[in-house]
Design a protein around this ligand. Structure first.
Ligand code: NAP
Length: 301
């Protein structure tokens, strides 16, 4: 059991609810730092502090005395991370985990999708600078690849199980890497437990490496039905995205991610030697197990 005090920003979010449970189970003292205007509710055992995220003083007062702050803010909130980071430094909180949890922004900052990562890139550049300036301060960035259960539950990539539809990009045979929300939450817990080994590092983790075709075939087996398959080429998708990007349409981001992960020849699956899951002592679940849980709603009619 740990007596470490951890403040969680975005504790009510898609990832946040898993992280709060993992921290409570791990014996951490958990405080949710939530926006003044938020209607979010939090489980028993979690202290709640309401703040104005545009005010450094308001955040500083909420995080002072914490051993670590974990930010799980929505992408829309990453622009306000700079004030959060400054408040953490003023409050002398020794450890910070920024809201990353997607593509490795150190690696893909100059890629086609990099434009959409620029706030995260700038925040991690700033954290590197701060950790060099303050020996008492450290941070850990975590890239987690596709959240497979979240994507499938929400019909974002590969499958819309509620509509019985499967959407393939190119051949469907390009390998990509993915994690479940449960796995990501355990990784955050282990980063905090192993602070020496993880300090001032940008780590990548993935629970499984698979293909779109493998996911669809397994999902059909689990759900006991055939999905209606459609397919489009990365060339077609790329043309559509160019048009959207020219109009400044931010929804192009999801399409760019689709190309990044699934296009034939993309080559972006996480290599074993770059996967920090062993460093964190994580036990991956099988693809079948992840899909069975993600598609459990199917059996409920
Ligand atoms: N790898 C993947 O497949 C994947 C998928 C989705 C997200 N992500 C990344 O994971 C991180 C967390 O995402 P999430 O989906 O868990 O977040 P989320 O559920 O969309 O939001 C998390 C929390 O952020 C706060 N929030 C909402 N809008 C905000 C705003 N405009 N400004 C400031 N705070 C706001 C809310 O907390 P309160 O109401 O308590 O203030 C909310 O519960 C992000 O960095 C995101 O880019 C990765």
């Amino acid at each position: 059991m740990s007596s470490m005090k951890v403040a969680v920003v975005g504790a009510s979010g898609n990832l946040g609810v898993y992280v709060v449970q993992a921290l409570l189970r791990g014996g951490f003292g958990v405080t949710a730092i939530t926006r003044n205007e938020s209607t979010a509710t939090f489980p028993q055992g979690v202290a709640v502090m309401r703040v104005d995220f545009s005010s450094l003083e308001s955040i500083r007062n909420a995080v002072v005395g914490q051993d670590a702050v974990v930010s799980l803010t929505a992408s829309a909130g990453t622009a306000t991370q700079r004030t959060l980071i400054d408040a953490i430094i003023e409050a002398r909180v020794p450890r910070f985990i920024p809201s990353e949890f997607g593509l490795n922004n150190r690696k893909y900052r100059d890629s086609r999708v990099g434009h959409f990562l620029r706030e995260k890139v700038s925040n991690s550049d700033y954290l590197i600078e701060l950790s060099e300036r303050h020996e008492w301060f450290s941070w850990t960035g975590l890239s987690t690849e596709v959240w497979l259960d979240y994507a499938l539950e929400n019909g974002i990539f590969i499958l819309n199980a509620r509509k019985h539809e499967a959407m393939l990009l190119d051949s469907g045979n390009e390998t990509f890497s993915a994690s479940s929300l449960d796995f990501v939450s355990k990784a955050i817990l282990e980063v905090l437990r192993r602070s020496d080994k993880t300090a001032n590092k940008y780590l990548s983790i993935a629970e499984v490496t698979t293909t779109q075709s493998e996911v669809i075939n397994l999902a059909e087996d689990i759900c006991g039905i055939r999905f209606d398959r459609s397919q489009r080429s990365s060339k077609e998708l790329s043309t559509i995205l160019d048009e959207r990007l020219a109009k400044g349409d931010k929804s192009a981001y999801i399409g760019l991610l689709e190309l990044h992960f699934f296009a034939d020849g993309a080559g972006h699956a996480l290599k074993d030697e770059d996967n920090a899951s062993d460093l964190l002592g994580l036990q991956p679940r099988s693809l079948r197990d992840i899909l069975e849980r993600a598609l459990a709603f199917f059996g409920r009619g």
